[in-house]
Design a protein around this ligand. Structure first.
Ligand code: MRU
Length: 346
């Protein structure tokens, strides 16, 4: 079982990550002991993908603990400031808030001195990191049972090693099916405007020898009409108990097309991506810099300068279009209120 690249690591009091903005042209690893630098890496999408930003934020709080030499109360205040800073990096993926809540609980505990608090914070961040890889492998095992030998699976954006602490969610399912001996083929969508599919998913799969074909987002309908897709498997940034899947912009379009063509549409995500209380009207969809749309990756201007732009980073796929939600605890299916409630033991 290959786990894919380790895009994020804790190396003795520093965090090291692969700058995904540079992939596939360069493999640039960046290292810092400064939590503010890590927060900027999340905002700028050097580190991206729902589980990865949750893990990175937890490691960021650990950074804030590890390079501080003051007393207990000062350390606690500093950690709460770090938690607040990370909670303002990106608004949509629930894993970020889930990981920060775990860190906040540890920070709020009873400690005899600053050293005890520091150790507990670092331990919890590393636990979140390690759990993520294990959970992804479990998602892969659960989901690979849905993939048949010879299937062509279409995926959108990047829900692989580069979006998690390792292994991936949607790509974890594909990896698991592939390494269990199933001949799987992947169609990766380009994923405008940040091109996570073309740059990251293709890079990960080519590296591992898993067959992949790239298509642009606007070609999906045609590709499906030609019966070239057996299943769609995508990740998620937030899943509501109602079964609404919030994921990379363009996911909803693909789900509508899959429904029209009778193709099963799955979302693979850890249960930490499930928001059990949020309602669809309350979900904040991140609106990003208009230049991401006006230009190709900040380089080539492809329109009239200053044109008004819409750039929502995510969309909402309603539950009636979702055939199943693959988690480490099993597959939830309609009606989602019940099946997700069972998985989460609510
Ligand atoms: O804007 P991004 O690149 O952070 O968006 C990522 C996605 O939408 C992924 O599909 C999602 O986070 C799942 S990653 C396992």
């Amino acid at each position: 079982m290959a786990a894919g690249v380790r895009s994020l690591e804790w190396v003795g009091g520093r965090v090291r990550w692969l700058n995904t903005l540079k992939v596939p042209w360069e493999e640039e690893y960046v290292e810092t002991s400064d939590y503010e630098r890590l927060a900027v890496a999340i905002e700028s999408m050097e580190i991206r993908g729902a589980p990865a930003i949750g893990v990175a934020a937890a490691l960021g709080v650990a950074l804030a603990a590890s390079d501080f030499s003051g007393g207990l109360d000062e350390l606690r205040s500093r950690l709460l400031r770090a938690i607040d800073r990370f909670s303002r990096t990106r608004p949509t993926a629930v894993n970020l808030f889930w990981a920060l809540e775990r860190m906040r609980e540890v920070v709020s505990g009873e400690y005899a001195n600053a050293e005890e608090l520091r150790e507990s914070v670092i331990k919890e961040a590393l636990r979140i990191y390690e759990e993520d890889v294990k959970v992804n492998v479990a998602i892969g095992e659960v989901g690979s049972k849905l993939v048949e030998d010879g299937d062509t699976v279409l995926t959108h954006c990047n829900a692989g090693s580069l979006a998690t602490a390792g292994y991936g969610t949607a790509l974890g399912v594909i990896r698991s099916a592939w390494y269990s001996g199933k001949r799987v083929r992947v169609i990766a969508t380009e994923t405008r405007p940040m091109l996570q599919g073309a740059r990251l998913t293709v890079w990960e799969l080519v590296k591992e020898g898993i067959p992949v074909t790239l298509t642009s987002d606007s070609m999906v309908g045609y590709v499906m009409s030609k019966k070239l897709v057996d299943k769609v498997i995508v990740g998620a940034d937030r899943i509501l108990k109602s079964g609404h899947v919030i994921n990379k912009i363009g996911t909803y379009t693909i789900a509508v097309l899959a429904h029209h063509h009778g193709i099963p549409f799955y979302s693979a995500a850890p249960t930490s991506t499930i928001d059990p209380v949020g309602r669809v009207e309350e979900v904040v969809i991140e609106e990003r810099d208009p230049d991401e749309v006006r230009k190709v990756l900040g380089r080539l201007l492809i329109t009239v300068p200053g044109v008004k732009v819409m750039n929502p980073a995510f969309d909402v796929t309603p539950p009636n279009l979702v055939s199943g939600i693959i988690t480490e605890k099993g597959v939830a299916t309609q009606p989602y209120e019940e099946s997700i409630g069972r998985l989460l033991k609510l």
